[in-house]
Design a protein. Structure first.
Length: 168
């Protein structure tokens, strides 16, 4: 009887455990985040050249995705999961964007406009509302004022309505 119990316990411990599906990141959410970041839809000049590859299996990200331009010519958007051990994906931007950046830069933020001020670093991002004290094109540094800080801060224009204070 004892040998039978040991055999049953041994069989249970050696039996394969059922696979538990780990939660995955919604790839359509990445597409929406890139569209919001660039201000353009997929396939439109200045937007993602194509949707994120649906074969990707990326672990779910507890923190909000961090997006930034990649490369001097801004030909890709870097999408990162800032969680510890997170992932990163490079999303190519429509080639028409490169041609459009050769033209004089249009102002993405106007003086007096309400903007979102984002502080981003390795593994985190925090944002709050603010006011642009200068006009600027994407990539320009402008002065902004937040409700929490009376003194103006210098921030880089990321896209219309969004400025960033990078923390390295």
């Amino acid at each position: 009887m004892i040998a039978l119990r040991h055999a049953a316990l041994l069989a249970l411990t050696l039996a394969p455990m059922p696979a538990v599906a780990a939660p995955l990141t919604d790839l359509a959410a990445i597409d929406r985040a890139v569209a919001a970041f660039t201000g353009q839809q997929i396939g439109v000049p200045g937007g993602a050249a194509q949707p994120v590859d649906r074969r990707l299996r990326l672990a779910a990200c507890a923190a909000p995705l961090a997006l930034s331009w990649y490369g001097n010519a801004q030909t890709s958007v870097l999408v990162r999961c800032p969680d510890a051990g997170g992932w990163r994906v490079f999303v190519p931007v429509s080639a028409d964007r490169v041609a459009s950046t050769a033209a004089p830069a249009a102002m993405a933020v106007m003086r007096g406009e309400g903007v979102t001020v984002m502080v981003a670093g390795d593994g985190f991002s925090v944002s709050q509302p603010g006011e642009a004290l200068d006009a600027g094109a994407v990539g320009n540094w402008i002065r902004v004022r937040t409700a929490a800080k009376a003194d103006p801060l210098r921030a880089r224009v990321v896209r219309p309505g969004l400025v960033e204070l990078p923390v390295d």
